[in-house]
Design a protein around this ligand. Structure first.
Ligand code: PEP
Ligand code: MG
Length: 325
């Protein structure tokens, strides 16, 4: 059994004609990182740091955060880790922060908006991440970016944190990749502009769908309209991957679409570089990708992008899946 697990862990997700998908894991705590390598993760594509903040009664200080980020980084033994800065607000509350109640929390004071407003909080996290970067390969990404101004402001604060640590003589990695989550349509539409400045993108389909089709991701009464196979969502995803390709950058996906076997041929066809998902999904996705041909997936993408509705897309993907197996 141990040997079988290891054989799987060493397996890569490469299509029959040589396209490689990097298979990464989404995690919320350092504990979840402990045996990720044995489970076959090639990277952590999304470390949701908000759980570190939500699981206690007061703000975690720089040292506490540093230790958590370091633990994740060391557990990955040199493989890349994407740490997402605090994504609080919306459906994620922080009791000790006393945030005002809002009519539309998903459109309100949250994530990078909150961090750019409460700079001491943000700087503490950036310093902790930079200190942890001495122990492995860390990338940082900012959530809920809606435009270039926010990205540039966040990046400037990151550089400021780096400069202050350097002045203190603290050890850090020479290079830490900086990227954005693409989970708001405005960011997806401006991907060409972002591609000139960021090191990478990570598409958050969970929120991207919510904001594109105006469907609250928590509201069951409208759940029937919530679908990442909506052609408008697919166009946005394609726009991001194409723009990153042109700019020589890489694109990941950390929303739940990345772990859906039905979506895999589409994502291979679109050329998604890094696929980040719940660890329990990794094995299946690796199996599926290994059996695909990039060229027939590209043809599938062309057919699908010409369709009118999510239902048509879904039917086409099911047909493709049935023929492939
Ligand atoms: C997303 O929005 O797709 C995402 C990965 O982030 P979260 O689910 O934490 O909002
Ligand atoms: Mg999100």
């Amino acid at each position: 059994e141990q040997r079988k697990l290891q054989a799987f862990a060493d397996k890569e997700a490469i299509t029959r004609d040589g396209f490689r998908a990097e298979i990464a894991a989404n995690i919320g705590t350092p504990e979840e990182a402990a045996d990720l390598v044995a489970q076959g993760a090639e990277a952590v594509g999304l470390y949701r740091t908000e759980f570190l903040f939500m699981s206690r009664s007061e703000m975690p200080d720089e040292q506490t955060q540093y230790e958590a980020y370091k633990a994740v980084t060391e557990a990955m033994q040199g493989r890349p880790v994407v740490i997402r800065t605090l994504d609080i607000g919306g459906d994620k509350e922080l009791p000790y922060m006393d945030l005002p109640e809002e009519m539309n929390p998903f459109l309100g004071y949250r994530a990078i908006r909150l961090c750019l407003d409460r700079k001491e909080l943000f700087m503490t996290q950036l310093r902790a991440i930079l200190r942890a970067s001495a122990h492995g390969k860390i990338n940082v990404m900012f959530p809920m970016i809606s435009g270039l101004r926010e990205w540039r402001e966040a990046k400037a604060l990151f550089e400021e944190a780096r400069a202050s640590l350097a002045a203190e003589g603290v050890a850090m990695a020479e290079r830490v990749g900086l990227g954005i989550m693409v989970e708001i349509p405005s960011a997806a539409l401006q991907a060409d502009r972002f591609a000139r400045e960021v090191d990478f993108f990570s598409i958050g389909t969970n929120d991207l769908v919510q904001y594109t089709v105006a469907v609250d991701r928590m509201n069951e009464r409208v759940a029937g309209l919530y679908d990442y196979f909506h052609p408008a969502v697919l166009r946005l995803i394609k726009n991001v991957i194409d723009a990153s390709e042109v700019g020589g950058k890489w694109t990941g996906m950390c929303g739940s679409m990345a772990g859906d076997p039905l979506a895999a041929p589409l994502l291979v066809g679109l050329g998604l570089h890094e696929w980040s998902m719940a660890p329990s999904r990794m094995r299946r996705i690796k199996e599926v990708v290994t059996k695909l041909d990039r060229s027939s997936c590209q043809a599938l993408v062309e057919r699908v992008l010409d369709m009118d509705t999510a239902e048509e897309v879904r039917r086409e993907l099911e047909l493709f899946q049935a023929e492939a197996s």
